[in-house]
Design a protein around this ligand. Sequence first.
Ligand code: ATP
Length: 296
Amino acid sequence: MSALTVAAPAKLNLYLHVTGRRPDGYHTLDSLVAFAGIQDMIRVEESRGLTLDIEGPFKDDVPHGEENIVLQAALALREKLEAPMGAKITLVKRLPVASGLGGGSADAAATLSALMQLWKDAPADDELMALALKLGADVPVCLAGQACFVGGIGEELTPAPKLPESWVVLVNPGVPLSTPTVFAAREGDFSRPNRFDYAPADGAELAAILAERTNDLHVSALTMAPVIGDVLKALKDRPGCRLARMSGSGATCFALFDTADAAIQTTMALDKDHPGWWVKTGSLICDTGTLSRPAP
Ligand code: ATP
């Protein structure tokens, strides 16, 4: 294989409970993570050196060079595999940056997956997951590519029950929020983990389950970016909206719909009423297929 492309889908925290803080300062979470069919792309081609080109609407918002998590992932994998392999990597940056969609983590996971296939070599599973966690707390779940309950600081993954077919509208009002700053501003008690172990029958049941849970970062993000309140109101007012909530540390919010039509109508209406907002539709994805192993 001399070239291949791997999708890096947006991560959605369907709920996010902050359950504690470790002595080293990292917060522990209980979150249900799924994905949306709205994504960055990673393309890798055989090459002697290791290079990164960036394209796409948000290419100017990410660092170019070794500060980019894509090159960090490639360098970390190459070091682990102890072989001087190269690749020409292209990142198509379509997801807004510092937006709670874990775009950087998705890019890192897609890079690892693409390079393992290009280089026809892979670390052992536990080493791969340790490498992923070192790159970022969301990289393991993005690499697993399955809807999961995520615990610890991102390393404990438990596959979620099957989720009903749903459509997602993502809205980002264009205010970048730094994840550590939002966590630092969080006040109040820690929440309990609150998992469920049965497959919701339909969108209404999923929404009812999620409504009993929260995004614990909502209040601090809202204080920093009050426009999040406007985004959630605009989504909740739409016909067919089952649930609207902020993802991760914001400011992107998602809404769940049962039909593509309701989601597309919402996207068109919000695009018209709020031309400055980034608004996209895609399906809710429970298995992204990111973790592809090299063919034996
Ligand atoms: P999370 O929800 O995982 O905290 P996020 O969506 O809020 O993620 P990202 O878009 O992943 O945030 O960006 C976090 C930071 O990482 C940004 O400040 C950005 O400069 C840096 N970064 C480095 N490489 C990338 C990349 N490939 N894509 C996005 N951000 C990157």
